[in-house]
Design a protein around this ligand. Structure first.
Ligand SMILES: Nc1ncnc2c1ncn2[C@@H]1O[C@H](COP(=O)(O)OP(=O)(O)O)[C@@H](O)[C@H]1O
Ligand SMILES: *[C@@H]1O[C@H](CO)[C@@H](O)[C@H](O)[C@H]1NC(C)=O
Length: 312
């Protein structure tokens, strides 16, 4: 990979999902039999990177996995999706991040996440990534790694005028004002927007109001995703927030829809910069709407060839 040819760099998380389906969730100390088990690739950072790569962006992932079976497998998964793994480090100090998920017949779940190696991604890794990061078109960060590492990556990118997309997920209370200032585009879902502002987001109008509040904290623009209602884009304190609806579909599995949206958005910002942000959000909605119509997380993310030509 030559360092000057990247569209999207993601500094973020990788997680292996270990999913067991059982009639019900076990009680403390209990062993029960389930009827299905599968392993899936997840982690918000990796999901977003893979969606951007499947759309055709030249991508690299900056992350840390364990020197273990799951780490080896994840690296292969990136390779299979044409994501550069030059900046994926393996550590023997922690295991690859894992999410043990139990799903009952009612569709409810119980999840234990062990972030593991993700939390060891730090300054040294970012310094190592600098030649690639500083020449990329877009950097995407989330909050599934150490927040300090995300903030440092965003600041490094801004220093070089690399566009920053910050997906403030999963939300942390009292998110430092520095994150807003380091975000060209600040993205979150309605639950996260509520947590950051303390105001309820139940309508499109609420999302517009809360989006303006977030914008005033110092980011370039704000996008709040609203599930089947698409998203709201807020670009200026004096302009009306724009509601961008999406197509009506029958959802099968909405896991990772937000990551599909962010990955697609990163692709458009890097590869179709002539489009308006509202047009990019409209197209990212359509990509994410496809992802909710089949099961799994990355398994449901469309490839460029599966998408209508009008999206490019
Ligand atoms: N039921 C749905 N129908 C169509 N699009 C959906 C649906 N659910 C999610 N999406 C798409 O995925 C995006 C992210 O979904 P959302 O539920 O807001 O995020 P998260 O995955 O963070 O909960 C939405 O903006 C929309 O484009
Ligand atoms: C918003 O995203 C968080 C994860 O970051 C998730 O737990 C929550 O359910 C999402 N909210 C909605 C309304 O989808």
């Amino acid at each position: 990979m030559s360092a000057d040819c990247l569209d999207v760099v993601v500094v973020g998380s990788c997680m292996t999902d270990l999913v067991s389906q059982a009639p019900r969730l076990p009680k403390a100390g209990e062993t029960i039999h389930g009827h299905k088990f599968f392993i899936g690739f997840g982690g918000k950072g990796a999901n977003q990177c893979i969606q951007a790569a499947r759309m055709g962006a030249r991508t690299a992932m900056v992350c840390k996995v364990g020197k273990d079976f799951f780490g080896d497998n994840y690296i292969q998964n990136f390779k299979n999706n044409c994501v550069s793994t030059e900046l994926v480090k393996q550590t023997d100090e922690a295991a690859t991040g894992a999410a043990s998920i139990i799903v009952n017949d009612a569709g409810e779940n119980a999840i234990v996440i062990v972030a593991g190696a993700n939390m060891l991604l730090g300054d040294e890794d970012l310094q190592h990534a600098w030649p690639v990061l500083s020449r990329a078109k877009v950097l995407v960060c989330q909050l599934e790694i150490s927040p300090d590492t995300s903030l440092q990556a965003l600041r490094m990118a801004q220093q070089r005028h690399v566009k920053t997309i910050f997906n403030a997920a999963p939300a942390i209370p009292d998110l430092s004002a520095d994150f807003y200032k380091a975000s060209d585009i600040f993205c979150c879902n309605e639950t996260e927007a509520e947590l950051f502002t303390g105001s309820a987001v139940s309508t499109v109008e609420d999302a517009g109001r809360v989006g303006l509040e977030l914008l005033k904290r110092g980011c370039g623009s704000v996008i709040i995703t609203l599930g089947p209602q698409g998203c709201v884009v807020v670009q200026s304190a004096d302009a009306t927030p724009v509601h961008v609806p999406t197509s009506k579909v029958t959802p099968v599995d909405t896991t990772g829809a937000g990551d599909s949206f962010i990955g697609a958005l990163a692709f458009y910002i890097a590869c179709c910069p002539e489009l308006s942000l509202v047009e990019m959000a409209k197209r990212a909605n359509l990509v994410a709407a496809i992802s909710v119509q089949s099961v799994g997380t990355q398994t449901s993310y469309p490839h460029r060839g599966d998408l209508p030509a009008e999206l490019f």
